[in-house]
Design a protein around this ligand. Structure first.
Ligand SMILES: [Ca+2]
Length: 81
């Protein structure tokens, strides 16, 4: 399942949760890769990471589990029923 794979890419310590630091690390890696055309400042990456947690973290425990991640994607793609 592609979404599970994407989730696992973010969840680098395989805890089943994505925290702001993990999200920041993945964004940072992407940012320094050749396929990233528009480079971001580290402060911007941090800001995006904390915004992601804020929006996706439905039960406000500071982390995003797969269920929350999945819902976030559905909402982001506007596929909500
Ligand atoms: Ca959560």
């Amino acid at each position: 399942m592609e979404i599970k794979k994407a989730f696992d890419d973010f969840d680098t310590d395989k805890s089943g949760q994505i925290d702001a630091k993990e999200f920041e690390n993945v964004l940072g890696k992407y940012n320094s890769s050749p396929e990233c055309k528009k480079k971001m400042e580290p402060a911007k990456i941090k800001e995006i990471a904390s915004q992601f947690i804020e929006v996706a973290d439905k039960n406000a425990d500071g982390k995003v589990n797969f269920n929350e991640f999945f819902k976030f994607l559905l909402e982001a793609l506007n596929l909500k029923e």
